[in-house]
Design a protein around this ligand. Structure first.
Ligand SMILES: Nc1ncnc2c1ncn2[C@@H]1O[C@H](COP(=O)(O)OP(=O)(O)OP(=O)(O)O)[C@@H](O)[C@H]1O
Length: 303
């Protein structure tokens, strides 16, 4: 992907539909009051102390989605709860990535609702949608770093574009974010000024994680975070996902084919099958499901 294409993809994931003439600076630093202004007082209450663990952050209600004759979802329902890590599993091409894209409005449902704190994403204006995207961060397959920018610039990109933080504050936040993914100055001196080409695949994935947490999102969506990594880097990324959930209190949704990662990171597992999520449960209960469709999948007897 060229830098321009990467920038557009990231830009689109952060705030598609942003009106002409709005450069996204200054007024857009993440704040609860911004969300309250954008979405009304109800959502503000959720971001205050009134929302306990287990409250629903994102929910799909009877969602239908097709691409031409290819039906991906037919009457799909799913809840994501505050503070949990929900792992989404399912066969290739069944719609796991589409599910993540529906969550942040990169794709629209044909029918049904995708709700963020009870507010339908389809009804949000550009400002409300942008506020959601400041809080729901997506880590793309492959990292999608800008090749021509340094690591520090990559990690600080969204802060520069969407907040009024000073250069010094952005640098400090970038260092902090890299530290959280194990790439801090004590272990990786100078990494801020390197370019992505100088890093290993595992490090690129960790930098992508650092970039996704720089805005301190409330929800992180991970699309195949361990694909293409060796087992030791897979473990490292899985540990990072857990650590970020613990230390930043983020709600996480992880799409993965790798069952070791799935079991390790998940509080709950949702399996996509036949255009819906018929099997959703906490890890231990999920592992005990006797339905042959689930058993075949988790024991590796289907793709
Ligand atoms: N923008 C699009 N236009 C047309 N078809 C699409 C689009 N996005 C996804 N699809 C189709 O929707 C289906 C689900 O795709 P998706 O990428 O969500 O699958 P997946 O479960 O994530 O697959 P994998 O595990 O292989 O990554 C596929 O048939 C795919 O071709």
């Amino acid at each position: 992907m060229t830098d321009d294409a990467q920038r557009r993809a990231l830009e689109e994931s952060l705030h598609p539909g942003m009106g002409a003439g709005d450069d996204g600076r200054g007024q857009n630093s993440p704040s609860t009051s911004g969300v309250r202004r954008a979405l009304g007082t109800t959502i503000g209450e959720f971001h205050g102390n009134s929302c306990g663990l287990g409250e629903v952050v994102i929910s799909f209600e009877d969602v239908h989605k097709s691409f031409g004759k290819n039906t991906v979802y037919r009457g799909m329902n799913l809840d994501v709860r505050l503070g949990e890590t929900l792992t989404i599993i399912g066969g290739s091409g069944q719609g796991k990535s589409v599910c993540l894209k529906l969550m942040i409005g990169l794709l629209q449902a044909d029918a049904g609702k995708v709700l963020y704190y009870g507010h339908d994403v389809a009804d949000m204006d550009a400002e409300a949608l942008r506020q959601v995207r400041m809080r729901v961060s997506m880590v793309f397959q492959g990292g999608a770093l800008f090749d021509s920018m340094t690591i520090g610039q990559n990690v600080g990109y969204a802060l520069r574009e969407h907040t009024d933080m000073s250069d010094a504050e952005i640098r400090e936040r970038a260092v902090e974010s890299l530290e959280l993914v194990g790439l801090g100055p004590s272990t990786h001196r100078g990494i801020m000024d390197q370019v992505p080409a100088a890093l290993s695949g595992g490090m690129v994935k960790r930098v992508a994680l650092a970039r996704s947490i720089a805005l301190r999102p409330e929800v992180i969506l991970y699309d195949e975070p361990t694909t293409g990594l060796d087992p030791s880097n897979c473990n490292r990324i899985a540990r990072m996902i857990r650590k970020l959930q613990r230390e930043l209190g983020v709600t996480s949704i992880v799409v993965t084919h790798d069952m070791t990662t799935a079991w390790y990171v998940a509080d709950r597992v949702a399996m996509l099958y036949d255009k819906q999520f018929p099997f959703v449960d906490e890890v231990e209960a999920f592992r005990a499901i006797e339905n042959p469709v689930v058993r075949d999948f988790i024991e590796g007897r289907t793709s």
